[in-house]
Design a protein around this ligand. Structure first.
Ligand code: NAI
Length: 669
């Protein structure tokens, strides 16, 4: 019985092989789906058709990749290798079919999906914005393992293929056409005709130019590999992220030797996939899916958003919503307060949309509106004015009678309890926190804050709205600092204490980045703004045992606010921190990172105990996406569990050495 694949033959003798994975909205290459594909290929070999076109029946796209959930269950490299070799054999069968083969791609075509397409003789795709083709495996701590490293380098040339695999970026249809990853990129209505045309006319398959083949030359490869490693080192620490380095090594050793490259691909990917790094990155990928699922619990859809307060946050929230296709009105006290926000919106649209017509359309979607005419039309109203209880409450009093019946009323407050803010509302259950992070266009997380009396359905609608604008919603309980700021603050404050103890800012920052944080805490405090850090720390200190360092207060009173005033803990020239080099051994304590990170871990445990988030997985997801907590460590709660296990293993090893060899069985050899 065919559960996932079905075939039909057209009047020209071409078989159309449709992938429509049962019980799923997305096609994924599970072991079962691969097994069924293998069986179908047996029938197709027998039928010897005039051509084969592989397509997807899902509206979401072609194939989203291999089964990432199953990756997380792989613990043994040997088991992984067995599965990879099976996939190699199946894709090899596709490649060896006598008839012309075409992959007909729309929407997402990623990882294993792209590798299956690469095994076909031709590829045709849609040129709409939803079509994305790529090999994002490095983001999961591995590299393409279903023949992708072999076939992509042969098809489009070494450097373009390595660029796609090393960055993990997905290409639009037209970009894929330009590099030769697909043969044709056409409007959706012409997709079938184009696929059929390729199968019938059998043009000469794409081949890279000799210039693109040149870097694969055995003499040049070590040089190219060295250059690539240097490029990758600017983005990823090899200790934390070994996958891109393993890919470069694999390519340098075996490129242009097809057989050896397939063997090495299976071995190397199997080793990587069973490593802690890959397992943790896979965990983070799955947690991201869990956050997205929070936004699927309501079918709320917004068209018009009204934002009040066109400052750093409100201005950028308004621009982000317009970028995502919403109609936006932006209100402030007077037009002059909106000029900066409109300028920043323009820059964002230019950067993200590039094409002048698209930029113009996005600008048309955002309207300065100091008379608040957008309020009665808006599906979502977001307040982002000064962090002041009376000002916010006064504003809500004007807003509430003018809101549409089902409109969401949201606040971006970073520290005021919702129970306080909603007190003066006629319907207090209506207010929900939509806590964005700065910078809005970069930070994916949005905390959905509920007070004890917030309507549960409204919180679900707010989460759906966050998902609608491409952000990750994290439901949290209203309490000081919510989740992310509460966990981040003790870490930042400990870093300032270390500065007071004479450790240099550069050494503190380096200890944190060595641990895997994207930016050190001193530079982070400067980036967030020392005035904002102080305000949040003071707010937390009202209810939690937080000591606010005097140095922070002094600096704020002296106007040293961080990056925005060109002086904070560092001096800034052209927005870049002037960091003195870390001198070896000077003032560097061996447990520097631990001192700061443990403050975070401690607070994370407290948040979980107090039920600020519903479970440890959501907590980990929130902290990784809200603070950038070293993703390859799997999140703070996972890190605690893992460290404990590692410590236990170490103790067993020590005892085992003293006792007998049988001890090692407990820890797996
Ligand atoms: P900001 O000071 O840059 O902007 C506030 C804007 O609100 C100003 O343009 C001001 O003219 C306007 N405004 C004040 N009262 C108004 C009123 N009654 N009607 C219309 N407009 C009014 O402040 P920022 O940093 O954008 O913060 C806004 C809110 O977002 C605050 O609640 C803050 O706690 C929160 N937040 C701030 C973050 C940050 O990193 N700055 C991060 C997350 C939340």
């Amino acid at each position: 019985m065919n559960k996932h694949w079905r075939t039909e033959q057209d009047q020209d003798g071409i078989i159309w092989l449709h992938f429509d994975q049962a019980d799923s909205s997305t096609n994924v290459l599970t072991i079962e789906a691969l097994g069924e594909l293998n069986a179908q290929l047996g029938d197709i070999e027998q039928a010897n058709p005039a051509g084969l076109i592989i397509c997807s029946d899902k509206s979401s796209g072609f194939i989203a990749g291999a089964d990432v959930k199953a990756f997380s269950r792989i613990t043994e490299a040997e088991e992984a290798k067995k599965q990879i070799l099976q996939a190699h054999a199946i894709f090899d069968r596709v490649e060896k079919l006598k008839c012309p083969t075409v992959a007909m791609i729309h929407g997402f075509c990623l990882g294993g999906g792209t590798e299956l397409a690469l095994a076909c003789r031709y590829r045709v795709c849609c040129n709409d914005p939803a079509t994305r083709i790529g090999l994002p495996e490095v983001r999961l701590g591995i590299f393409p393992g279903f023949g992708g490293t072999v076939r992509s380098t042969q098809l489009i040339g070494h450097l373009p293929a390595l660029n796609i695999m090393l960055t993990g970026r997905a290409l639009s249809g037209s970009a894929a056409r330009r590099v030769g990853l697909v043969d044709m990129s056409v409007p959706e209505r012409q997709l079938k005709v184009a696929a059929h045309h390729l199968a019938i006319t059998k043009p000469k398959p794409h081949q890279p130019t000799w210039q693109l083949q040149l870097p694969g030359n055995g003499l040049l490869r070590p040089l190219v590999g060295h250059f690539l490693k240097k490029q990758v080192a600017k983005q990823a620490n090899p200790v934390h992220y070994p996958a891109p380095y393993a890919l470069i090594k694999h390519w340098t050793k075996y490129a242009n030797n097809r057989k050896a490259m397939f063997t090495s691909e299976a071995e190397e990917v199997a080793k990587l996939i069973s490593s802690d790094t890959a397992q943790n990155l896979i965990r983070i990928f799955l947690l991201q899916e869990q956050l997205k699922a929070q936004g699927r619990k309501s079918d709320f859809k917004a068209k018009h958003v009204h934002v009040i307060g066109g400052g750093i946050m409100g201005g950028d929230i308004a621009a982000w919503c317009a970028l995502q296709g919403m109609q936006v009105t932006l209100q402030d006290r007077a037009p002059e307060f909106l000029s900066q926000a409109m300028g920043r919106a323009h820059s964002l649209f230019k950067k993200k949309l590039k094409k002048p017509l698209l930029v113009r359309d996005a600008l048309d979607r955002i309207m300065p509106d100091c008379k608040a005419t957008g309020v009665p039309k808006a599906d979502v109203v977001i307040e982002a004015i000064f962090e002041n209880v009376e000002a916010k409450q006064a504003l809500y009093a004007q807003l509430e009678p003018r809101l549409k019946k089902d409109a969401l009323l949201c606040t971006n407050t970073s520290s005021i309890p919702l129970e306080v803010l909603n007190k003066t509302l006629k319907n207090p259950a209506r207010l929900v926190g939509l806590h964005f992070f700065n910078p809005v266009a970069k930070m994916q997380l949005v905390e959905i804050v509920s007070a004890t009396n917030t309507d549960k359905n409204i919180a679900l609608q707010a989460a759906a709205f966050a998902k609608q604008i491409g952000r990750l919603p994290l439901p949290v309980k209203s309490s000081p600092g919510f989740l992310v700021n509460r966990i981040l603050m003790p870490y930042l404050l400990e870093a300032i204490v270390l500065l007071d103890n004479g450790v240099s800012g550069s050494a503190i920052d380096q200890a944190a980045t060595d641990f895997g944080m994207p930016m050190g805490p001193i530079e982070l405090a400067d980036t967030v703004g020392l005035d904002i850090c102080l305000a949040v720390a003071d707010k937390l200190a009202e209810s939690l045992p937080v000591n606010v360092p005097e140095r922070l207060r002094t600096m704020v009173s002296e106007g040293k606010l961080g990056r925005k005033s060109n002086q904070g803990f560092y001096l800034y020239t052209k927005g870049k921190a002037q960091k003195p080099a870390v001198t070896e051994g000077a003032n560097v304590l061996p447990d520097l990172a631990d001192r700061m990170i443990i403050c975070m871990l401690n607070e994370a445990v407290a948040c979980l105990r107090e039920g600020i988030v519903s479970d440890a997985n959501l907590l980990d997801a929130g902290v990784v996406f809200g603070t950038g907590f070293a993703p390859f460590r799997g999140g703070p709660m996972h890190y605690i569990a893992h460290e404990k296990r590692a410590a236990m293993q170490q103790r067993i090893k020590t005892f085992g050495a003293e006792a007998d060899a049988g001890w090692t069985d407990i820890i797996g050899g």
